[in-house]
Design a protein around this ligand. Sequence first.
Ligand SMILES: [Zn+2]
Ligand SMILES: [Zn+2]
Length: 108
Amino acid sequence: MSALHQARCFNHAMREAVARCPGCRRFYCRECVTEHGDRLMCAACITAETTSNAASGSGWQKVIRCFQALAGLAIIWFAFLLLGQTLLEAPAQFHEGTMWRQNWFDME
Ligand SMILES: [Zn+2]
Ligand SMILES: [Zn+2]
């Protein structure tokens, strides 16, 4: 006898388990599991999976979310770029005919 036949349903202590839910790894009787995709899962895990799918949205929403994340990164990158340029330009504006510019001409 395999462990599966000795196991009892998680919901019905009197019933023999026929399947093990891949989601929660508990044993269930035929009545308690439902075919979900190509697997037998318990109702709780199917609900959890469908709600998490609904929360993460459709494929398009994922693409949009990914795009938003990239856009956010681009904005941060652009902000740092502007900040860096401002910092680089600031000394040049402060010292007109600056040292580093003279050095540059000396090297030519
Ligand atoms: Zn489950
Ligand atoms: Zn059951």
